[in-house]
Design a protein around this ligand. Structure first.
Ligand code: ZN
Ligand code: FE
Length: 255
């Protein structure tokens, strides 16, 4: 039986994500953005909560850690780097670590940049990655604690995952990201079509995620720093990929 994944809105624009292995009867929450919606979705599915997989220390990702731990006695796993900043953390993980969730292998990918502690969780047999605030649909996280070079290195790691990997992100920012993406690559037909699709989904009140690595590689300007058309538009024909990335990130910060 395949891994079951439940995605739902939390807070203003965060996503809650629950994963459930029906054979092992194991359930994990990716981050803990808000107590009540997570509890409601667990109850609706008849699931307990065994584990919280924390991606980084920001409050909108760990706020419900302690309340969920009290309610479910779940184990909280998170990045070793910010052990002091993650409420209730029981077990720390680092780049390259792997552990099992039910019958699934979970691999830890360090993706610093947005924060220094940021990690993603990749389940190769389920072909799914939880990347939180590193990669968004048509965008990427703001670089708060790291450098653009560091963030670019993290995105390169995610780009190396198979194209058909399903990608779940921390926020529903896609519509605004699409507006910006069109200023960087207005003549990418796939991007133009995707932007229309996104408008239709949002108008219907539907989420634009998950996405896939392949889809992002084809349309997300932050991953397309080697495209001659983008380099020409930015007048960065001879720059390194990290420099092109830094320029696109700074334009987005001021968009
Ligand atoms: Zn964040
Ligand atoms: Fe966030």
């Amino acid at each position: 039986m395949p891994l079951e994944i439940e995605q739902f809105p939390c807070r203003d624009d965060n996503f809650g994500v629950l994963i459930h292995d029906p054979e092992a009867r194991a359930t994990a929450s990716i981050d803990a953005p808000e107590f009540q919606p997570i509890v409601d979705h667990l109850a609706e599915r008849g699931w307990g909560l065994d584990t919280i997989l924390v991606t980084h220390h920001h409050a909108d990702h760990v706020e419900a850690n302690l309340t969920l731990k009290t309610a479910y006695e779940c184990t909280i796993i998170g990045p070793a780097r910010s052990v002091d900043q993650i409420p209730g953390i029981d077990k720390t993980v680092n780049e390259g670590d792997s552990f099992t969730f039910g019958s699934y292998d979970v691999r830890v990918i360090a993706t610093p940049g947005h924060t220094l502690d940021h990690i993603g969780y990749y389940l190769p047999t389920a072909k799914v990655a939880f990347v939180a605030d590193t990669l968004f649909a048509l965008g990427c996280g703001r670089v708060f604690e790291g450098t653009p070079e560091m963030m670019w290195g993290s995105l390169e790691k995610l780009m190396a995952l198979p194209d058909d990997t399903m990608v779940y992100c921390g926020h529903e920012y896609t519509q605004a990201n699409a507006q910006f993406a069109l200023t960087i690559e207005p003549d990418n037909p796939e991007l133009v079509a995707r932007a229309k699709e996104i408008d239709a989904l949002r108008a219907a009140g539907k989420p634009t995620l998950p996405t896939t690595i392949g889809r992002e590689k084809a349309t997300n300007p932050f991953l397309r720093v080697d495209e001659p058309g983008i380099r020409q538009r930015l007048r960065l024909e001879h720059a390194t990929p990290a420099e092109v990335f830094a320029e696109i990130r700074s334009r987005k910060d001021n968009f």
